[in-house]
Design a binder for this molecule. Structure first.
Ligand code: ATP
Length: 292
């Protein structure tokens, strides 16, 4: 038996940091949604309890450090599963980009293995196991659009935002999420998102309100250290983007665009500046998808 699961990238429409917690994590509030840039996770049932993993990107670890591997191991241990799996990740989402690729692969593995191993767990149960792997995994288990609180693991699913195009540009710099959070002074944050307004924008499917409410408190950390990220934002605005924001801890910046005719212009302007540029649709709905 073999199944394939789609693992879409996420973007942050808002990212707020409320405080630093005693356990070292930050208390966050994030509105996240999914875009049509996805890895594919193939799962083949093994009768023995071995876990094998391969990945199309040679620089991604394929051992216990891989989030999809961790997902399989956790499920096996927690539910005493005697079967195993051969996994293959077709990597399309840029790595360490702020697009949650590893988290999405883990979530896809959880959803797929739930079927492959006949565990019959609910999405809530899968999300709670996912929280042990990473703060963004629970969101990725549900997919679609959601409001995440706590360290990211308390997820409230939302409706689908106004449909639009998303142009993503990733400069070729590596940004460590831990570093960015480490350099954030919570008491010195200049502008916090109006999360309530973003929630209204999604509820009302109001594209312009969504664009005007884009805000990520980690931007000021990453922008002050990497001029290229600021330049990408400026280039996107100059070439006609309706809304622009850095996703997660960066360095990927995305533009929201309503008119298809403008997408090509923005794409072309960016291609002259960075190698990794993608023009995709916002998914936003609950598209957690098992392909076969
Ligand atoms: P987030 O926004 O959740 O912080 P990200 O997009 O910034 O995620 P990832 O692409 O998930 O970052 O990769 C972060 C690190 O996790 C990489 O350095 C990589 O070595 C490791 N990793 C573990 N599993 C995976 C995976 N399946 N795909 C990509 N990276 C993975």
């Amino acid at each position: 038996m073999r199944i394939s699961v789609k693992a879409p990238a996420k973007i942050n429409l808002t990212l707020d940091v409320l405080s630093k917690r005693a356990d070292g994590y930050h208390e966050v509030e994030m509105v996240m949604t999914t875009v049509d840039l996805a890895d594919r996770v193939d799962l083949t049932l093994l009768e023995s309890d071995e876990i094998h993993l391969d990945c199309s990107a040679s620089f991604v670890p394929v051992d216990e450090r891989n989030h999809a591997y961790k997902a399989a191991k956790l499920l096996q241990e927690r539910y005493g599963v005697q079967k195993g799996v051969r996994m293959y990740i077709d990597k399309q989402i840029p790595v360490a980009a702020g697009l949650g690729g590893g988290s999405s692969d883990a979530a896809a593995a959880l959803r797929g293995l739930n079927m492959l191993w006949g565990l019959d767990l609910s999405l809530d149960e899968l999300a709670s196991i996912g929280a042990e792997i990473g703060s963004d995994v629970p969101f990725c288990v549900y997919g679609g659009t959601a409001f995440a609180q706590g360290r990211g693991e308390i997820v409230t699913p939302l409706g689908t935002p106004a449909p639009c195009w998303v142009v993503l540009a990733k400069p070729s710099i590596g940004v460590s999420t831990a570093d960015v959070y480490g350099n954030l002074r919570v008491d010195k944050i200049g502008e916090h998102p109006q999360t309530e307004v973003m929630l209204q924008a999604i509820e009302a499917q109001d594209f312009w309100l969504m664009c005007h409410s884009l805000c990520n408190v980690l931007e000021e950390v990453t922008l002050s250290r990497y001029a290229q990220v600021r330049q990408i934002k400026e280039l996107m605005v100059e070439s006609g983007a309706d809304g622009v924001l850095m996703s997660g801890s960066g360095p990927t910046v995305f533009a929201l665009v309503q008119k298809q005719a403008r997408v090509q212009r923005i794409y072309n302007a960016l291609r002259g500046f960075v190698k990794e540029v993608y023009a995709v649709r916002m998914l936003g709905g609950s598209e957690a998808e098992v392909l076969a």
